[in-house]
Write a protein that binds this ligand. Sequence first.
Ligand code: TMP
Length: 216
Amino acid sequence: MKKKKAFFITFEGPEGCGKTTLITELKRKLKEGGATVTATREPGGPIAAEKIRELILNNPMGAMTELFLYEAARAEHLEKVINPALISHNWVLCDRFTDSTLAYQGYARGLDLKLIKTLNKIATQGIQPNLSVYLDVDPEVGLKRASDPNRFERESLEFHHRVRNGFLSLIKEDPKRWIRLKAFSSSAEKMAESLIAQLEKRLTGLGRKKSEKSRK
Ligand code: TMP
């Protein structure tokens, strides 16, 4: 697929929604088409951020400590992986990003959404995804897929319903940024193909709007 600028896509959803498989498939297909793709994840990416991931997922801690650790990992991730990839005009596919902090630490843990938005802005240096893909799954179904549950996967079903409702509220706030898919509605390969078709429409749509503007 042809594109002139970098394109940053984030993938969000409740536990066990199949984001990682879809990202792998989408990356493979984009690369087949000759694209340069950086696939990464949050929390994680560079070494220090992966160490923070390990710390957060496996150790009990207060909600505010957790929030600051996610943002610290994000700052490192932006500086070492996302920003350089965007500067090189890559496709960047990121498994979770700022919306997960709003859904988990905000809607589910109850921390102030305004504070989280401010911290997200600081950690990302204001960089936002061009598009976010939300994979919807009933938390009860998604949680059953965890074979070795981490601290979050061991949270109550109510917690995970708050996470899901949080994502749905975020989509309502900014519907144009999102593509909402039903998890496991078809194979990862079919879902990746349909995503690419939607991306093509959006990218050519963007191109058309720009050239229309410049003609005026
Ligand atoms: P993953 O299992 O999708 O890799 O994500 C790791 C866990 O971290 C998952 O339970 C969601 C949680 N999380 C947050 O609570 N806040 C965040 O900001 C991010 C990025 C993830």
